[in-house]
Design a binder for this molecule. Structure first.
Ligand SMILES: NC(=O)c1ccc[n+]([C@@H]2O[C@H](COP(=O)([O-])OP(=O)(O)OC[C@H]3O[C@@H](n4cnc5c(N)ncnc54)[C@H](O)[C@@H]3O)[C@@H](O)[C@H]2O)c1
Length: 412
């Protein structure tokens, strides 16, 4: 392992592509966004490095095993390692040899729903000994507006001639390998030469670019996610209005959408969860000094849906003394990712209301879960919490209550 460089900026190699024996490093490259991206660069023939502080993840990737499910990724990983285009490290020493550094670590909100950008700034700080003149740092995490400018100034203050770009990730987990090649890439930077270099990098697989200023791009990404979150909240609020009046929301939704193009984009109801939508809506709320009323209202509706289902079940079939069962613990269908899943919130609420709660999921690795067969046979009341495909074909007896917001499991 190379020792961390103690040299100052003046001693660092000059700008220019030839100075860098490797093309691109993905910092946080073992994560849900970073790993598929690193694999896509390697597949495009670039000498790619993954740097991730999670040693267990690094060992898995090095050993040729995907640490999570992502369509098509296992095959790409094996190919990249086989061609020796991918190096994986839990320490940052390779970074100094890469022309592009892409930072894509988690950017959560804290327990008070406030953005915590310190993790990102700390991550840059911890790599600072490996930063070199001529490198380009691409921020890809979803970030609080103004962070890109802060990072560019911070690097300049360290005496580094580095370009900073913000190129937000917009793919959906599970489909990312396909979407990297289909979605336009937003590119923003502080210098035209940085924009040009970043376009050259992503141009290996990206079909189209949209140029913006960094602040516009930062807001664009937050507004995209907040907008989706609000759309889900509309459907969920309409669902609860209909159910509170004893009406079948499916029939209403069908009436709204059928052959009526202006409502074609209306989503159906369901748990709006996961590591992005809520926290990005809250980042936008913080940026607007908590005057983003629609965002906060959407949070109340979406986060309130598990409680609403429990209330309906209590009212309609009773929960006291009963065994309740939850089908699906991942935050969305066909995923093995339980991060910020509302299934767990539902479990907490049912723990208070019922005698015991049994939970299952075909993909999530969690020792507290049990088999589908046991949940089906031992539960008095069932809740669908993730509409995995495998549940679609279930035949649940008519007399067993099922709370299924998606109307995913046919009842007859
Ligand atoms: N998951 C998605 O579908 C998605 C989609 C678009 C955008 N995003 C955004 O992408 C960012 C990353 O999300 P994710 O889901 O990939 O997160 P993740 O938690 O799956 O991955 C982050 C990775 O970074 C590593 N890491 C943390 N600190 C590090 C450090 N200092 N140095 C090196 N590695 C470090 C972690 O070990 C982890 O493997 C977030 O800002 C998120 O909002 C996510």
């Amino acid at each position: 392992m190379k020792p961390e460089s103690a040299s100052g900026p003046a001693d660092r190699p000059p700008s220019g592509r030839a100075s860098f024996p490797r093309d691109v490093a993905v910092i946080g490259g073992g994560g849900h966004v970073g790993l598929p991206l690193a694999l896509t660069f390697a597949e495009a023939g670039l000498r790619t490095v993954i740097y991730d502080t999670n040693r267990e993840t690094v060992a898995k990737i090095r050993g040729g095993t995907m640490p999570f499910t992502e369509e098509g990724a296992q095959e790409l990983l094996e190919r990249a390692l086989g061609k020796r285009l991918l190096e994986v490290s839990a320490t940052p020493e390779f970074l100094s040899e890469c022309r592009f550094l892409i930072l894509v670590i988690g950017t959560p909100v804290d327990e008070h729903l406030k953005p915590t950008f310190t993790a990102m700034l700390r991550a840059i700080d911890s790599c600072s000994g490996e930063l070199r003149n001529g490198q380009i740092l691409i921020l890809r995490s979803t970030i609080f507006p103004g962070i890109s400018a802060h990072v560019q100034k911070d690097l300049e203050a360290r005496g580094l001639e580095m370009g900073v770009a913000f190129c937000p990730e917009r793919v959906a987990e599970g489909r990312s390998l396909r979407e990297f090649r289909e979605l336009p890439q937003i590119v923003s930077a502080f210098r035209p030469e940085t924009v040009a270099a970043v376009k050259e990098l992503f141009g290996r697989f990206t079909p189209e670019f949209i140029e913006m200023t960094p602040m516009e791009a930062e807001l664009c990404k937050l507004m995209t996610n907040a907008s989706r979150y609000i759309q889900f909240a509309i459907a969920n609020q309409f669902y609860t209005i209909a159910r509170d009046h004893g009406l079948d929301f499916d029939r209403i939704l069908h009436g709204c959408r059928h052959n009526y193009p202006r409502m074609a984009g209306m989503p159906g109801p369901g748990f709006a969860a996961g590591p992005c939508l809520l926290k990005d809506t809250m980042q936008l709320a913080a940026f607007s000094q908590n005057s983003f009323l629609l965002g906060h209202s959407a949070m109340l509706v979406n986060e309130g849906l598990p409680g609403k289902l429990v209330e309906l079940a209590r009212r309609e079939v009773g929960l006291s003394g009963k065994t309740t069962g939850i089908l699906g613990m991942a935050f969305k269908a066909e995923s093995d990712d339980p991060r910020d899943s509302l299934s767990y919130k539902l479990r907490n609420l049912l723990t208070l209301e019922s005698r015991r709660v049994l939970c299952t999921d075909p993909y999530v690795r969690d020792p507290s879960l049990t088999t589908l067969e046991r949940v089906l046979s031992e539960s008095d009341v069932l809740f669908l919490a993730t509409p995995h495909r495998v549940y679609r074909g279930l035949r649940i007896p008519e007399d067993k209550p099922l709370f299924d917001v998606w109307s995913w499991i046919p009842r007859r």
